[in-house]
Design a protein around this ligand. Structure first.
Ligand code: PHE
Length: 355
């Protein structure tokens, strides 16, 4: 190798070994192989050499370029590894340190309600299912007998998302009723499922949050009647609120996916907020017998299979049970609120029977 190439090589090797970080490394790389790098300059001058000299020098230059490219790459791997090790050392967490006692955690009241509902329905033979927060409009509306022009679609203030699934527009589900469809498509009847989960509507004030929770329930079997629906929900409401003789009223209503449909009220005292025989009524549930069209949409023969469904707002149930007056406080993340309304998972008094 001629002297100038030897020198170029030696210089590059020294600068590379001195490059202590990726920035310095990159400067060396550009200085040698970049557009105006030292080696690139020599390659450009090659054209001026006499033909026989050109061949020998060209081969030497190419060999040098290959060698330096490899050395540069190798140095980069060393620096990458060093950077990774430094980061790992800096980000090390001592998980054996005791928790900071000033900020103890607590089970959020919403989670608590979901656990209690799962325990009560679990004891009645229900399993706990789950839908999808991102749903297509068939599962959220179409299969539930809410066609495109139906006013219920407008009522729901839906958050639509870009894109489609199975050719249908995507949205954030406005109700947990999608789980009715998912359950009937995925399971063979008899079905007994509840599905607590997040739901979304473009609505925000003291009594509405754009994200909230519902719990859906679905029973499908042969010979299911309105009597089953009533018995199941009365038992549930009395168990959940812990009021043995809680008055429960079934009021005729309308949902596109149930027929007949009803809204369900519990007795309370409007002035004191106390649940029971206070003379006032408070709506807490939507329910009904699963519509024949919905059964058929899921491939079930309505002459053979019947069922009932219900849906409730988890925030509302939680507020009623624990005397929480402002919906927005659920999502403020205020540790004092969590301490006051939350539950210590280790306190024996907070154990939930049945789970
Ligand atoms: N999905 C209804 C709502 O969000 C509630 C409901 C569920 C009603 C199941 C009937 C049956 O208001």
């Amino acid at each position: 190798m001629s002297d100038d190439l030897e020198r170029l090589r030696a210089d590059a090797v020294v600068s590379l070994s001195q490059a202590a970080d990726l920035r310095a490394w990159d400067a060396v790389r550009v200085g040698v192989l970049g557009k105006s790098g030292s080696l690139t300059a020599l390659l450009k001058e090659l054209g001026k050499a006499a033909p026989d000299e050109r061949r020998a020098r060209g081969a030497a230059l190419n060999a040098l370029r290959d060698e330096l490219t490899q050395l540069i790459e190798a140095r980069r791997m060393v620096l990458d590894e060093q950077a990774l090790q430094a980061r790992l050392a800096a980000e090390k967490l001592d998980v054996s340190l005791p928790a900071r006692p000033r900020e103890p955690g607590a089970i959020h009241p919403i989670s608590r309600t979901i656990e209690e509902m799962s325990a009560i329905f679990g004891a009645m033979g229900f399993t706990v299912g789950e839908g999808r927060d991102i749903e297509n409009d068939w599962f959220n509306f179409g299969a539930l007998n809410i066609p495109g022009h139906h006013p219920a679609r407008a009522d729901h203030d839906t958050f639509y998302l870009p894109g489609t699934r199975d050719g249908r527009p995507l949205l954030l589900r406005t109700q947990t009723s999608d789980v009715q469809i998912i359950s009937m498509l995925e399971q063979e009847p008899p079905i007994r499922v509840i599905a607590p989960g997040r739901t979304y509507r473009a609505d925000h004030d003291a009594t509405h949050s754009p994200m909230f929770h519902q719990c859906e329930g679905l029973v499908i079997d042969r010979g299911i009647t309105l009597g089953h629906l009533k018995g199941c929900l009365i038992d549930f409401l009395r168990a959940f609120f812990g009021v043995e003789q809680l008055p429960v009223r079934f009021r005729s209503s309308y949902f596109p996916f149930t027929e007949p449909s009803m809204e369900i009220d519990i007795g309370w005292n409007r002035k004191t907020g106390e649940l029971g025989g206070g003379g006032d009524w408070l709506e807490v549930l939507g329910a009904g017998m699963v519509h024949a069209k919905v059964l058929a949409n899921c491939g079930l023969d309505p002459r053979e299979w019947q069922g009932f469904a219900f849906g409730l707002g988890i925030e509302r149930f939680t507020m009623l049970k624990h005397g929480i007056s402002d919906l927005r406080t659920f999502y403020d993340g205020d540790p004092r609120w969590a301490q006051h309304y939350g539950f210590n998972p280790l306190a024996p008094a907070n154990l939930i029977e049945g789970i």
